[in-house]
Structure formats: structure tokens, C-alpha cells
Design a protein around this ligand. Structure first.
Ligand code: FAD
Length: 462
């Protein structure tokens, strides 16, 4: 029993704060080590949407009969069962109870904030009042009343194990704290170009178009700390990339409906207004880039709108064409040659699309006419390259079991080591389940890691 703390949590984002509170509520003494001068990490910057099934707020919103089973089925089908079912199942089972716990702590979710996030037919996205920052504030606030210390400006760099391999301490530079168990919740690695190259090559392939929207502390420190103990990894090359023309570092989530998106050959391949959860993946399948085609009439009419203030605006488009960043030509055939597409294919694609515009129906990809569909007829014609390049979160990380225990490559557990949040790689598939599908599991597995680690420490015989 001679240790500084029962549980040490490394990283104080949503996952780490939920872990600290979970462990403390289960009776453990807790130290939280945070590299930044404040709590919150990317969670503080986030919308904080929470993807969950079977909640009281869904019921208040008139969404009856949703369930963990239905959520699991959708999650696994969307990802062709290429994710670990036991981990996904635990998330689905605990999503509603953890959501209610968060609500009980004081985070407000209104029925109006329940929406269809991603591509599921059931509304499971829950928008919190005050966004991710409010969730961080509430979780952090509750720690103040408990047996939890938080140290800031301290970057943990090593996990310490005893002779039997049991984790019993953490080093941060010259400082060491001892404990019965450690929870790694250092977030993702979106701010670390070297790790992106290694674990999320899709994002790295976007080159200097790629940028991360979260905290600069998302350096993926958990990789080195846990891999020194032979920890296994999962989720290679997974994460969420938003599509951008790369003109600036503005966060825009959707494309306007008046664009026509074609692949490198000149074929259309998707509804241009597809949810952001799938659009990046669709472009990735086309080789990692595509082109947004439009005509002079569309360019001239392009005004700032709720979905675009920075990119798809008439003067910006004219300037980018002048700079050579957008291809411009007097005929579609000439435009095709400028972008390396097949002239006959591009002309045929646009002819078919224009005919659909006249009929008012996208007969191939079902884009809603009301999204702004318009024929492409007035020269000059334009093509702006698009890439999935804005990194929202990273999906590769430590492999855990359904109780958040960190697994070694030989499938054994590293005793006393737990992980939660973006640090974990076992949860996400090639397709993002929907808005709230990253923050939700951070809180779910954070709290679970806290309670599981506390129980482990209580059972230790020193
Ligand atoms: C702008 C934005 C909007 C988003 N919107 C949504 C959304 O609406 N819904 C959704 O599901 N997802 C969303 N996401 C993604 C989601 O918010 C994140 O995946 C989630 O918040 C990550 O939480 P986390 O606790 O794992 O990591 P973080 O919140 O990043 O916390 C990790 C913490 O660990 C600290 N740390 C790192 N290394 C060390 C170290 N060595 N020692 C000590 N401390 C360390 C960091 O400083 C940080 O405070 C969004 C992300 C961003 C950036």
C-alpha cells in the first residue's frame, strides 16, 4: 500500500477527466498529470456531441425504442465488421448509462439538440449546451470536491513497472509518482507529423494541405510510453478527414450543392452533399483527390453561406483561378485536359448532370435538388482540386479489451495499464459512425477505465 496514489491518469481531456472522476467515485485516490497549463485538450475545442442510443433525451425528442443492439448493428454493418466487436459492443451498451451519468453531473442536453449524425436513420447525435468545453468544465468541477490532485505543465514520458511487469508509476522528466494503476488518456496524434506518416498515412498523403484542428499537445505520447512495454496497436490509417480545396486553414465541413465533384478521370462518384462522415472516405477511394467543377454563373452567384464563409465565395474563387490554384478553361474539354481528366468523360458527365438539373432530380446519386443543383453551361468553366485533408481526430492507437485494459502484442494484458479516448485504436472503423462518435466513447471508456482501474487497485495484494 506504499504508493503516492491508487490511480494516475495521464492527460486531462474528456477521457482523462471522466477516468479521474470514475476512479474517484469508485474510492480511489487519483493524480491527473496534464502537459498543458489547463485541462481540456481537444475536448475543450470540440462540439462535444455525444453519439448514444436509448437515452432519455432521445425519448424526449420523440425517438422511441432506440437501443444498444440497434446501434451495434449499425456500427458493425457500416464498418463491414472490421472493428473489434467486443469493444464496440461495450461502447453501445454503456453509451446511454454514461450519457445519463454526464447529464446527472450537470451537462445539459436538450431534445432539440438530438439529430441524425452520420448516415444512420436513427437520431443518435446529442448536442450539449456549451459544447465540449462545458463537458470539460463540469467534469473538472466535480474533481474539485474529491480526492483528486491535478498537476499542470507536466508531460509524462515513461511508465514504470515492477519486476513482475505490473505498472506502478509514472515518470515525467525527473519527477516520479508511484501508483497501483495508470490510465493513458493523452488524446490523439494529429499534431505530430512523424506519427501521422507512420499511423495515418492517408492524412500524411495530403501533404501540406493537411492540418489538425485540435490541441498542439496531441503528440501521441502514449505510443512511445506503451510500446516500450510491447503494447499492441489497432486502427491503422483510421481517423476523420474533412474535404477541403486547401485555400486556407478554415474549418468548413460540407460542400455546397452547386458543385459537381468528379474523379481524376472525369466521372462523378458521389452526392457532393454527402455527410462529412463518409465524403472523405469516398474521395480516398478515388485516389485521394477529386475536382469540384462549376461554371461562371455558379462562381458569380457564390455568396458566403452558413456552410461556407471562406472557400466557395465568388471573389475567393476568382482570385484562386487567377493564382492558378483553380483550373479555368473556355470549354469542358479544355478544362478536362487542364486537370488530367478524359475530355469525353468529363463532357459526358456534365451533360448527364445537366439533363438531371433540367428534370430537377439527381437520377444517379440522389443529391437533393434543393441543395442548389444547377446546370454547368456558361463558360469559363472551373475545376478546384479537393482533398480529404483536415484532420479532426486520429483513430490509430493502443489496442484495448472491452474493459479498457491495454493489450500486448501476445494478447496478454499489461497489468495495471488502462487506456481511453483518442489514445485508443480499437474502436473506429474505416467509416466514422457519426457526429459524437469520438467524444461519446471518450467519456464512456474514460469513466469505465476509472472504475476498472480502481477495482484492480483495490484487489491488489502488495
Ligand atoms: C474542433 C473539434 C471539434 C470536434 N467535434 C467533435 C464532436 O462534436 N463530436 C465528437 O465525437 N468528436 C469531436 N471531435 C473529436 C473529439 O473532440 C476528440 O476525439 C476528443 O475530445 C478527444 O478526447 P481525449 O480526452 O481523448 O483527448 P484530448 O481532449 O485531446 O485530451 C488529451 C489530453 O492529454 C494531454 N497530454 C497529451 N500528452 C500528454 C503527456 N505526455 N502527459 C500529460 N498530458 C498529456 C493533452 O494536453 C490533453 O489535455 C472534435 C475535435 C475537435 C478538435
Amino acid at each position: 500500500m506504499n504508493r503516492d496514489y491508487d490511480v494516475i491518469v495521464i492527460g486531462a481531456g474528456a477521457a482523462g477527466l471522466a477516468a479521474a472522476l470514475g476512479a474517484s467515485q469508485a474510492g480511489a485516490s487519483v493524480l491527473v498529470i496534464e502537459a498543458d497549463r489547463q485541462v481540456g485538450g481537444s475536448s475543450r475545442l470540440s462540439g462535444g456531441h455525444f453519439y448514444a442510443a436509448g437515452t432519455s433525451v432521445q425519448r424526449d425528442a420523440g425517438v422511441a425504442n432506440d437501443s444498444a443492439e440497434a446501434m451495434f448493428e449499425h456500427y458493425m454493418t457500416l464498418n463491414q465488421w472490421l472493428v473489434e466487436p467486443s469493444v464496440v459492443r461495450r461502447y453501445c451498451d454503456l453509451s446511454a448509462p454514461t450519457f445519463e451519468w454526464l447529464k446527472g453531473l450537470g451537462v445539459e442536453f436538450r431534445p432539440e439538440g438530438v439529430y441524425r449524425s452520420g448516415v444512420s436513420s436513427v437520431p443518435r447525435g446529442h448536442r450539449p449546451e456549451g459544447g465540449g468545453a462545458r463537458i470539460v468544465e463540469v467534469l473538472h468541477g466535480h474533481l474539485g470536491d474529491r480526492n483528486v490532485d491535478v498537476v499542470f505543465n507536466t508531460r509524462a514520458n515513461e511508465l514504470i513497472a515492477d519486476a513482475s511487469g505490473r505498472i506502478n508509476g509514472v515518470r515525467a522528466g525527473d519527477d516520479v509518482a508511484t501508483c497501483g494503476a495508470v490510465i493513458l488518456s493523452t488524446g490523439g496524434f494529429g499534431a505530430n507529423p512523424g506519427l501521422l506518416q507512420q499511423h495515418y498515412p492517408q492524412a500524411a498523403r495530403a501533404g501540406n494541405w493537411s492540418w489538425y484542428i485540435g490541441t498542439p499537445f496531441a503528440q501521441g505520447d502514449a505510443f512511445a510510453m506503451a510500446q516500450a512495454l510491447d503494447a499492441d496497436l489497432a486502427g491503422h490509417d483510421r481517423g476523420l478527414l474533412l474535404v477541403t480545396p486547401g485555400f486556407s486553414r478554415d474549418l468548413e465541413v460540407l460542400l455546397p450543392g452547386w458543385l459537381v465533384m468528379v474523379n481524376a478521370t472525369g466521372h462523378r462518384f458521389a452526392d457532393e452533399t454527402s455527410p462529412y462522415t463518409v465524403l472523405g472516405g469516398l474521395i480516398e477511394r478515388e485516389g485521394g483527390h477529386a475536382f469540384a467543377v462549376f461554371d461562371e454563373a455558379a462562381r458569380a452567384a457564390a455568396r458566403p453561406s452558413p456552410i461556407s464563409q471562406a472557400y466557395w465565395v465568388n471573389d475567393v474563387l476568382a482570385r484562386k483561378a487567377d493564382e492558378g490554384r483553380i483550373a479555368r478553361a473556355d470549354t469542358l474539354e479544355a478544362l478536362a485536359l487542364r486537370i488530367g481528366a478524359d475530355p469525353a468523360v468529363l463532357a459526358g458527365t456534365i451533360a448527364r448532370y445537366n439533363a438531371d438539373c433540367v428534370r430537377g432530380v439527381d437520377s444517379v446519386y440522389f443529391k437533393e435538388a434543393a441543395s442548389g443543383m444547377r446546370p454547368i453551361v456558361s463558360p469559363p468553366f472551373y475545376a478546384a482540386e479537393l482533398r480529404p485533408a483536415i484532420i479532426c481526430w486520429t483513430g490509430a492507437g493502443l489496442r484495448i479489451d472491452a474493459d479498457t485494459r491495454v493489450l500486448r502484442r501476445d494478447e496478454a494484458f499489461i497489468p495495471g495499464l488502462y487506456a481511453a479516448g483518442e489514445t485508443v485504436g480499437s474502436l473506429h472503423g474505416d467509416r466514422y459512425i457519426g457526429g459524437g462518435g469520438s467524444y461519446g466513447p471518450c467519456v464512456v471508456f474514460g469513466r469505465l477505465a476509472g472504475t476498472t482501474a480502481a477495482a484492480y487497485v483495490q484487489a491488489l495484494v502488495d
